[in-house]
Design a binder for this molecule. Structure first.
Ligand SMILES: *Cc1c(COP(=O)(O)O)cnc(C)c1O
Length: 473
């Protein structure tokens, strides 16, 4: 339901005149969380060989591994699921999904997909060829993999401030338009099939992209006749940051800002597991009918008929409701505040974070907390394991375990930064849960000089962070 017509989802309550930004919901059904002893956590860590992906969820007390598909759905979404129309072709649920996506994005062609990477695969299979270069602010890892799978190069052209963890630039996700110009000049327009801008920039710390930057990118694309796509997974969080930080937008609603963002693009890929507020789902949307027709053929081949795209009718309903809920101002204010609050707790505990806090996650700077552990001993993985051992909190390493490049002589080129990402699932944990996480961080920080590094004892050929085995040095 459009939030504008719903008294529960307008910005009418006077929250802004009080300091405490409250959760704009109350708890409707509860899921017990697991409590474990120190000995149990140590055994679990040893069994999973110091790889937190190997833990059972039942061994984790606060799970900040990802915000993807891990959020809580609303009563309205669950009610929507009961309205799911499971007709194979032309279901009412698809109509609602389609109307919602078109209303928010303005794109005329909407292809549902089971998640974001499926939309990426359809788009890049049809639009990108071997030897092409696809510029972006920063490709998310599935986006990069799908571009490279086509034999093309995924090139990141982030502004320099975006790579400086301490820069307070308000839009650290912006794409460097001068580098975009020179890339097009260098490789030739015919080898640049499209530009894709990730909002917010997940791999770059969840940092937003300004409307001014999108307009500037659009201008470059127009001059060269290159289509512009958005990786729109966190379009609502991006709209909120624009409202807060970009001059001239404080009176605009997140919906108006989102529409303006999409109007600057020719299409978008989306994972509904993020700002779709759902546990599964996504879409590929665009205005180009011919390209959409080709993508649709591929969709039929691998995902399902174009009116369900690999989803159940009830999933389409949950996502259609979720998109509107993600644009609710009370929700977005709470969302941004709760992420910033976690960052404040970490900094109070003496753990440096990537500044300013992004929309969906806080990034702890392990290289600065643990200067005695060299990158060859994975300081961020050591920190992530310590947070688990101390209090059952699970984050994810984004450092040399994930991005280090093994060399033939047995050494590795380390990642640029050694971070632990604490991603906040949507509408899931309360303030006291986050206070607890803050205490766990503080306890680990107090004994940080005693933490030891790790070494890899077994690893696969690619995406090793998911399955590598480690042990303390
Ligand atoms: C999660 C994500 C994707 C991929 O979506 P999935 O639903 O996990 O396939 C793509 N881009 C960004 C920025 C993401 O955060």
């Amino acid at each position: 339901m459009d939030p504008q017509s719903d008294p529960l989802h307008t910005d009418r309550h006077p929250q802004t005149s009080f300091q405490t930004i409250i959760e704009p919901f109350r708890v409707h059904s509860v899921e017990p969380i697991a409590f474990t002893t120190h000995a149990e956590r140590l055994a679990a860590l040893e069994r999973s060989r110091y790889n937190l992906f190997g833990l059972k969820a039942s061994e984790v007390t606060i799970d900040l591994l990802t915000d993807s598909g891990t959020g809580a759905m609303s009563t309205r979404q669950w009610a929507g699921m009961m309205m799911g129309d499971e007709s194979y072709a032309g279901s009412r649920s698809y109509e609602r999904f389609n109307e919602t996506v078109t209303s928010i994005t303005g794109f005329s062609e909407v292809l549902p997909t089971h998640q974001g990477r499926a939309a990426e695969r359809l788009l890049f299979s049809e639009a990108v060829g071997s030897g092409d270069v696809v510029p972006s602010n920063t490709h998310f890892d599935t986006t990069r993999a799908n571009v490279e799978h086509e034999g093309a190069e995924a090139r990141d052209l982030l502004i320099p401030e975006g790579k400086d963890s301490q820069s307070e630039h308000p839009f650290k996700g912006n794409l460097d338009t001068a580098s975009l110009e020179s890339t097009i000049e260098e490789v030739g327009r015919e080898r640049v099939p499209l530009v894709i801008v990730t909002i917010t920039n997940n791999s770059g710390g969840g940092q937003p992209v300004s409307l001014a930057n999108l307009r500037a990118v659009r201008e470059v694309c127009d001059r060269h006749g290159i289509p512009l796509f958005l990786d729109a997974c966190r379009f609502a969080e991006n709209a909120w940051f624009v409202k807060q930080r970009e001059p001239g937008y404080s009176d605009h609603s997140p919906l108006e800002i989102a529409r303006e963002m999409f109007a600057l693009a020719d299409g978008a890929t989306m994972s509904a597991k993020k700002d779709g507020m759902s546990n599964i789902g996504g879409f590929l949307a665009m205005n180009d009918r011919d390209l959409a027709a080709r993508c649709r053929n591929l969709l039929i081949l691998t995902e399902g008929f174009p009116t369900y795209g690999g989803l159940a009718g009830y999933d389409l309903e949950a996502v259609a409701v979720g998109f509107w809920e993600a644009l609710d101002e009370n929700y977005l204010r709470y969302r941004a505040r709760s992420t910033a609050y976690l960052a404040e707790l970490a900094e109070k505990a003496g753990v440096p974070t990537v500044r300013p806090p992004g929309g969906h996650a806080v990034y702890l700077d392990a290289a600065r907390l643990l200067p005695h552990i060299p990158s060859s001993q994975y300081p961020a993985q050591a920190l992530a394991c310590a947070l688990y051992l101390e209090g059952g909190v699970r984050g994810v390493e984004i450092g040399s375990l994930m991005f280090g490049k093994p060399q033939e002589n047995g050494t590795e080129i380390p990642a640029e930064m050694e971070l632990v990402r604490l991603a906040v699932p949507r509408r899931t944990y309360t303030q006291s849960h986050i206070d607890y996480v803050g205490e766990v961080i503080a306890a680990v920080a107090r004994n940080s000089q005693d933490l030891r590094g790790l070494r890899i004892i077994d690893q696969p050929l690619w995406l090793r962070h998911f399955t590598a085995a480690l042990e303390p040095v």
